[in-house]
Design a protein around this ligand. Structure first.
Ligand SMILES: Cc1cc2nc3c(=O)[nH]c(=O)nc-3n(C[C@H](O)[C@H](O)[C@H](O)COP(=O)(O)OP(=O)(O)OC[C@H]3O[C@@H](n4cnc5c(N)ncnc54)[C@H](O)[C@@H]3O)c2cc1C
Length: 463
């Protein structure tokens, strides 16, 4: 179909709503199959929750998604197609644990061997892995103990499994680190599904060979920008979709500056952003119910930039886990591959984020730097650049890393509401992925799956 465009009306065969990795991957796949596609993005950039900024001194900072692991083959293939290289995450040297009583424990590997709570933590996480192996990620509702696990929270599971307070501190921080929420807020089934979608708990938590393996030399948004540049004028930026009218004939997607008509739409937005769109007619009850049971994680990412990665000189990796009352839960060395400067990144999540956002900017900065000093020493208190990104305050993402299901959501709504097309509407986004759900890789594969649905619906042969 030819696309005809006037100032305000664009006719296209397929419209994709959202220019994050899911929408871009869907649009690219359709474009590769010679389908006329228009992608509509609210922001003035593509990439969504992958947001790369060049800071003073030409320092590349990823405020959102940054890491990629070797089993994240959808993202790696996309990056390879556009020639976007990666480099290994720095983890040479001693990692540090900071405890609630101020103890500072150096270690190498996954966790300090004899530290408090480690044995119990390992036992419970191995149990999570064993349960996750029974999850059917493609049809989660067919999992044998689906309803039982979805009726309870991760927190209730931890309390039933262990009364070791240090193990519980470790488990709580793991939930904050992976889902940016607190254990009592998230469905146990969601936790198990997510572990299954990644392959194992270790895959989620670790660096080498796992989710935190590598970073993109030009930032995690580099492949997204390359896709957008290939799609060219098919990408409309600064076009927030407020209404989607749909029937058997097709869809009309309304933005303040343009209306896009198409036979099919792929909506590639995070769940709260889907809820903010006015669908006419309204969405099926199951889809509405599913979206209502999905909550975005609460996360901020903070970066401090130094002249050099000075902590490496004293044998520290820059990797740290903090069980104290400060805002930062985990720290990584985010320096560039050539170590031309030193960068520490800190993650603030769950309830820690609520305490963090209650402070003013100088207070937040002071609290973060106090944590970095505890990890890396006094020079960490004097960065040459400091920047923070509070994702709950982003009007389009509304949180991160991703949405998670609250108890009961999977059971009540997922079979029809998770990602089943509603007439001419198809759903993409990392939250609809069966592999690496919540990650950029999941976003890419969800875009491919939605594009395949649309190609089938249009009766197109695919290669
Ligand atoms: C702090 C943080 C750290 C993370 N770390 C990692 C990591 O290291 N590795 C990893 O793999 N993943 C990580 N993630 C998760 C990863 O970034 C996301 O899973 C992925 O980017 C989601 O892609 P998506 O296309 O599904 O959604 P999004 O990226 O959210 O894309 C949705 C797009 O829709 C647009 N939009 C919203 N509303 C409208 C509207 N009404 N009209 C038009 N457009 C609209 C948005 O602007 C956005 O561009 C992290 C996320 C965050 C926030």
């Amino acid at each position: 179909m030819e696309r005809r465009s006037t100032a305000h009306l664009i006719e296209s065969e397929v419209v994709v709503v959202g220019g994050g990795y899911a929408g871009l991957a869907a649009a690219l796949r359709l474009h590769d199959e010679a389908v006329d596609v228009t992608l509509v993005e609210a922001a003035d950039r593509v990439g969504g929750r992958a947001l790369t900024e060049i800071r003073p001194g030409s320092v590349t900072i990823d405020h959102g998604g940054q890491w990629v692991g070797p089993t994240q083959t959808h993202l790696l293939a996309l990056a390879a197609r556009f020639g976007c290289p990666t480099f290994p995450t720095w983890e040479t040297g001693s990692h540090i644990e900071i405890w609630h009583d101020g103890a500072r424990v150096p270690y190498t590997g996954a966790a300090p061997a004899d530290a408090p709570g480690v044995a119990e933590y390992v036992r419970v996480t191995e149990l999570l892995d064993a349960l996750a192996r029974t999850v059917d990620t493609a049809r989660p509702w067919r999992t044998a103990r689906f309803a039982e696990w979805d009726a309870r929270t991760a927190g209730s599971f931890f309390r039933a499994e262990t009364d070791d307070p240090d193990a519980r501190r470790r488990l709580d921080l793991a939930v904050q680190g992976l889902w940016c929420t607190e254990p009592d807020d998230i469905s146990l089934f969601h936790v198990l599904f997510y572990i299954a979608a990644a392959g194992s708990f270790t895959q989620l938590m670790e660096t080498r060979g796992c989710a935190q393996d590598s970073r993109f030399a030009a930032g995690a948004a580099a492949p997204a920008r390359a896709v957008a540049s290939l799609l060219g004028e098919r990408v409309l930026l600064g076009a927030p979709v407020h209404t989607i009218a749909h029937d058997e004939q097709g869809v009309r997607v309304h933005t303040p500056g343009a209306v896009v008509t198409a036979r099919r739409a792929i909506v590639a937005l995070p769940p709260p952003a889907v809820r903010a769109v006015d669908f006419t007619p309204g969405l099926p009850e199951s889809r509405d119910g599913w979206l209502a049971h999905n909550r975005m994680g609460r996360v901020a990412k903070v970066h401090a930039v130094y002249d050099r990665p000075f902590w490496r000189e004293s044998g520290l990796s820059g990797v740290a886990t903090l069980y104290d009352d400060g805002p930062v839960g985990v720290v990584f060395d985010n320096s560039p591959d050539d170590a031309s400067c030193g960068v520490l990144v800190g993650f603030v999540y769950g309830d820690r984020l609520d305490r963090f956002t209650a402070l003013d900017e100088p207070g937040r900065r002071a609290a973060v730097l106090a944590g970095l000093v505890a990890v890396a020493g006094a020079p960490a208190g004097h960065p040459r650049d400091y920047t923070e990104r509070i994702w709950t305050q982003d009007p389009l993402a509304r949180g991160g890393y991703a949405a998670y299901a609250t108890p009961g959501g999977w059971t009540a709504h997922a079979e029809r509401g998770w990602r089943e097309p509603a007439g001419a509407l198809h759903w993409a986004g990392t939250e609809t992925a069966t592999r690496w759900n919540g990650y950029i890789d999941g976003a890419v594969s969800s875009g491919h799956r939605a594009a395949a649905e649309v190609l089938a619906a249009l009766g197109r042969d695919t290669r």
